[in-house]
Design a protein around this ligand. Structure first.
Ligand code: PAF
Length: 280
């Protein structure tokens, strides 16, 4: 695996790789890689002959009270894992200036109305930061394909909308959610949970499953959502939101909506926010 830390090294390596046949797939990450990330790389390798992973803890997507400084940085371990997956290139910028020339002067992208709903309501500006960095990575790397996990459903939809406008040649691939044995979706934040909290957190997935079953049984949507919120609270999970949306995240207000849809939930447990969803 070629490790690139500066823009210059990145460009040189990309130039070399452009002489090889086949497509280039980008897997953008913030590091602290777990099996969920590794599944993105495995999927990328099925879709493209060349893979590049980026590891950049993007300051623009963290709010003032969020964990940018504390965000786990596990470079050595990440590199070992990427080598095992036979990733071809790693872009791990040595500083923010290798991504944005001057971080203070970055022109942020606007994630619009959807960017301030659901997770965006709890994390104002977060999705502007995500879109800004992903757009920048797309500009620097210009991949044929980019892979994003379905766990971050809203992120994935917003990036799809941005890419359609600004990078129509890049194909986006959505990778399925990887879960631990008890059903909890893999996430770097799971590391912050105690064993007991991790077991309790499994109730978010249970709640999503119950809600899908109830929907199939034609229960009233309002009743499903009320039951979901009560269930989560009864398990000591504080719901930030629990909603049903169509697969593009438009609001669904009527019962028996026939198209593709998704239940999405976000809960807080001991100040740690976890998200999950089920599409059906
Ligand atoms: O999902 C993430 O890890 C980040 O939001 C991303 C897409 C790498 C942008 O920083």
């Amino acid at each position: 695996m070629v490790i690139t830390r500066t823009r210059e090294e990145l460009y040189k390596t990309l130039e070399e790789f452009s002489k090889r046949p086949g497509k280039l797939a980008l897997i953008p990450t913030m590091g602290n890689l777990h099996d969920g990330h590794l599944s993105l790389i495995k999927l990328a390798k099925l879709k493209a002959t060349k893979t590049i992973t980026s590891i950049f803890v993007n300051p623009l997507q963290f709010g003032i009270n969020e964990d940018f400084k504390k965000y786990p940085r596990t470079e050595k371990l990440d590199i070992e894992k990427l080598k095992k997956e036979h990733c071809d290139i790693l872009f791990i910028p040595s500083s923010g200036e290798e991504v944005f020339s001057k971080i203070e002067k970055v022109k942020t992208l606007d994630s619009g109305n959807l960017g301030s709903e659901l997770c965006g309501k709890i994390r104002p500006g977060h999705f502007d930061g995500v879109l800004t960095v992903v757009n920048r990575l797309f500009e620097l790397i210009n991949p044929d394909i980019a892979v994003f996990g379905a766990k971050d459903y809203q992120q994935q939809i917003l990036i799809k909308q941005m890419a359609k406008l600004l990078h129509p040649k890049i194909s986006l691939v959505k990778a399925p959610i990887i879960r631990s044995k008890n059903g909890v979706a893999l996430s770097s934040r799971n590391n912050y949970l105690s064993k007991k909290e991790f077991e309790i957190a499994a109730n978010l997935f249970k709640c999503l499953q119950n809600s899908v079953n109830s929907y199939h049984k034609r229960k009233e949507l309002n009743e499903i959502l009320d039951n979901a919120n009560s269930f989560l609270i009864s398990k000591n999970l504080v719901p930030d939101y629990f909603e049903l949306r169509d697969s593009e995240l438009n609001i669904i207000s009527k019962n028996n909506f026939k198209g593709n849809k998704v239940f999405l939930g976000s809960i807080t447990i001991n100040n740690i926010r976890l998200i999950d969803n089920i599409e059906f």
